[in-house]
Design a binder for this molecule. Sequence first.
Ligand code: 5GP
Length: 186
Amino acid sequence: MNQPDMNNDIERVLYSEAEIAQAAKRVGEQLAADYQDRTPIILSVLKGAVLWTVDVMRHMQYAEVEFIDVSSYNGGIASSGNVDLVTDLQTDINGRDIIIMEDIVDTGRSLKFMIELLKSRGAKSVTTASLLDKKDGRVVEATVDYVGFDVPKAFVVGYGLDYKQLYRNLPYVGVLKREVYDPQHA
Ligand code: 5GP
């Protein structure tokens, strides 16, 4: 029986599994050093940042992990411009050091929304570690403190990043073939 193969939907691989593992180690070790005298809360942004979170945190020391879900994409390939809090985090963060774990920062709207939310709740400090930084997509000011890779302005999937909830389980990050989201282009 012929099994469907997700890899056929990828135009080109940008970051291989091995390169991502190296980036997770580099960022995790940097965080371990920078937070050595603190116990931060790693705030993983659902669902895209889950793989990146677990791979980075393996290289860290004392840290808690929490989850938050915000949405700005509505499942398509372009940001809607509005950010919604879909699932709130479940703990008191007053006085705590927070590390937001993102899959990708594009317009910066989601990140800005979360930083403002966390500060309004009394977070002592907030930094961001993102697998990908799409700097050319920025619409609002938002700085990523720890970056896996600077990514060009293309729609990418894999290693947590989805298109219509698929491709998150690819072990690498790649550019999706245009015909997958634009049938006219086939
Ligand atoms: P921002 O609010 O910075 O525009 O968008 C952040 C969110 O948009 C990310 O967490 C991610 O869900 C989504 N996003 C932005 N660019 C891409 C992309 O190239 N591929 C995928 N799959 N999602 C993206």
